[in-house]
Design a protein around this ligand. Structure first.
Ligand code: ADP
Ligand code: TRP
Length: 335
């Protein structure tokens, strides 16, 4: 890691298999960022506890996220790759920051409201203070940039509020205000295959393409994408379900292929069956190297644990300094 570079932090919750949305919304950016930022990339296992996973499941899924990070191209020599729960300074700073987060703002947060609707029997305090823990993940390394998808934008906004509040209260200019980051002009939103909202592991299996998916399953899922009877007039606007197919193609196909289907759409000669067939093949080509790499890496567990151990140690060093400073700023004395 190069300490002269600006700092970036991001994490992925180990709640299930990783999919194309996770790749394009998050991990792809991490990989590009590791050369120009001092990157701290982690498995957000504490965050997963809000949904009460069983221990074996949590372990497997955490390992899987770490494997995916590596398979997609994160290089442990360039960045710190670690488990959130390996950094005890995080829960300590979380406790401190909980004193600066107000019930009203936490209750108004969109993901919290969604969870209250979706899991009414498990509205725990950890869910409520989820944005505080996320803030701490970011600021414990004094990060400036947070590569996340659109759905996480509000959380990063909240972390800016918490930071500003802390700096104002203690009259310091200690924490920088973190910003969401993407290389694309707009934050990427990978659509669900059924055309309804974003691709997500909490949606039905057939609406989601996983990074480890076998070629035949990819082809089948793509062919099932909903389309319509085609444009009736040249150069007409695309309905959302059709735009989704084009958006997917933009992610994995070549510019020429995309243009070919754009032209066909605009002159009303498009055949969605052909388009989906092509999209399926391009998706298979795109995902095959990642799938193979995951298989290869999962055969060497010891190496994976060494990498995570080393990343944890880098993260603890950076976190310990921040916590020491914060304790001083707020008047906690260590004996
Ligand atoms: P999920 O919705 O499947 O549970 P997570 O909430 O674990 O996904 O998201 C992990 C990361 O992947 C976040 O940075 C998030 O913004 C990004 N991400 C997830 N789904 C998408 C999507 N469909 N499009 C773009 N980015 C996404
Ligand atoms: N909340 C993020 C998600 O669901 C995961 C996450 C936890 C995160 N802490 C973070 C992302 C810090 C960026 C920075 O995807």
């Amino acid at each position: 890691m190069n300490s002269k570079l600006p700092i970036a932090v991001s994490g992925v919750r180990p709640t299930g298999k990783q999919h194309l949305g996770n790749y394009f919304g998050a991990v792809k950016n991490f990989v590009k960022m590791q050369d120009i930022f001092n990157g701290y990339f982690f498995v957000a296992d504490y965050h997963s506890l809000t949904t009460h996973p069983n221990a074996a499941d949590l372990r497997d899924k955490s390992k899987n996220v770490a494997l995916i990070y590596l398979a997609c191209g994160l290089d442990p020599n360039k960045c710190a790759l670690y488990l959130q729960s390996d950094v005890p300074q995080i829960p300590e700073l979380y406790l401190i920051f909980n004193m600066h987060a107000y019930l009203g703002e936490l209750e108004r947060e969109a993901t919290f409201k969604e969870k209250v609707r979706d899991q009414p029997n498990n509205v725990n305090a950890g869910l409520l203070t989820y944005p505080v823990l996320m803030t701490v993940d970011i600021i414990i390394h004094k990060a400036l940039k947070v590569p996340v998808g659109k759905d996480q934008q509000q959380h990063v906004e909240m972390s800016r509020d918490f930071v500003r509040r802390f700096n104002n209260l203690y009259k310091v200019d200690y924490f920088p205000e973190p910003e969401p980051f993407s290389f694309a002009e707009k934050l990427v939103n990978v659509p669900s295959l059924d055309g309804e909202g974003k691709m997500s592991k909490s949606k039905p299996d057939h609406t989601c393409i996983y990074l480890e998916e076998e070629p035949d399953v990819i082809r089948k899922k793509v062919m099932r994408m909903v389309t319509d009877s085609g444009p009736k007039e040249p150069n007409s606007a695309k309905p959302l379900i059709i735009q989704n197919v084009f958006d997917m193609m933009k992610l994995v196909s070549s510019e020429e292929t995309l243009k070919q289907f754009e032209d066909a759409y605009n002159n009303c000669s498009i055949r969605y069956g052909d388009m989906k067939k092509q999209l399926g093949e391009d998706m298979v080509l795109f995902l095959s190297p990642i799938r193979e790499k995951i298989k290869e890496l999962s055969a060497d567990e010891k190496k994976l644990y060494e990498i995570l151990g080393d990343g944890g140690s880098k993260a603890r060093t950076s976190a310990a300094q921040t916590l020491k400073d914060v304790r001083e700023i707020i008047g906690l004395k260590s004996f």
